[in-house]
Design a protein around this ligand. Structure first.
Ligand SMILES: Nc1ncnc2c1ncn2[C@@H]1O[C@H](COP(=O)(O)OP(=O)(O)O)[C@@H](O)[C@H]1O
Ligand SMILES: [Mg+2]
Length: 226
């Protein structure tokens, strides 16, 4: 019997956006399972629905139809508070634009998800420094994000995503605009999250450097998985 646990189970997801009078159908019934310890690449042209799917998968947005399970919990029955709690505990996000808070130090950015979880200060500090060490930025803890290169900022964003040991990591084009060396570091970090920490990693990417290291590559076209 397989000991694999399925972290994410998405079934028949549909999502449309209203644009004035018109409606854009971004996802037309997408089903996807991702196991613990699996790193999945989501590829497809711009506008094919990758970000929409990641946002539904990461509980940032709500589908029009279909069902979602995260760690065996059926999402659709949860109220806003339950959703927020699950997202804070279980999901780490990495975005193309890093989304760091510019007025907060590197340390404070990484610590922030632990504050949201109500973790005591001593434990927060220890976990934050461990995460910064993991991405090789412990000596940058007191700096502001502005004082860092793009690649360093993305590593801070990864530290912020991994600090709470999430079951699911969502990354939306995390290596876009990064040089090869930095892109390789990002790939290695995500790979380690999946394969050594047993997280499920779902990464939208145009980047062959990324998709070639994933366990599975999925292709989305016009809101449908191929
Ligand atoms: N907030 C939004 N409002 C209106 N249309 C949107 C919105 N977000 C995405 N879309 C549309 O949904 C489709 C899928 O977009 P998206 O999920 O961002 O694709 P991708 O990430 O693959 O580029 C596109 O046609 C896009 O224009
Ligand atoms: Mg996108």
């Amino acid at each position: 019997m397989s000991t694999d646990t399925c972290t994410v189970r998405l079934t028949g997801l549909r999502k449309s956006y209203r644009v004035g009078e018109a409606s854009v159908e971004a996802l037309k019934g997408v089903s996807l399972d991702v196991r613990s310890g699996e790193m999945v690449a989501l590829t497809g042209p711009s506008g094919s629905g990758k970000s929409t799917l990641l946002n539904l998968c990461g509980l940032i947005d709500t589908p029009d139809a279909g069902s979602r399970e995260l760690g065996g919990i059926v999402i659709d029955g949860l109220d806003e508070l339950g959703l927020t709690r699950l997202r804070r505990e279980q999901v780490g996000f990495i975005f193309q634009g890093f989304n760091l808070v510019p007025v907060m130090t590197v340390f404070d950015n990484v610590e922030y998800p632990l504050m949201l979880l109500g973790m005591p200060a001593g434990e927060r500090k220890e976990k934050t420094m461990t995460a910064l060490q993991r991405v090789g930025l412990e000596t940058f803890a007191r700096r502001l994000p502005d004082a860092l290169s793009g690649g360093q900022r993305q590593r801070v964003a990864i530290a912020r995503a991994l600090v709470k040991s999430p079951a699911l990591v969502i990354a939306d084009e995390p290596t876009a605009n990064l040089d090869s060396t930095t892109a390789r570091q990002i790939v290695d970090l995500l790979h380690e999250l999946a394969h050594e920490r047993n997280a499920s990693v779902v990464v939208a990417t145009h980047d062959e450097r990324m998709s070639s290291h994933c366990d599975r590559v999925l292709h989305l076209i016009d809101g449908e998985l191929q």
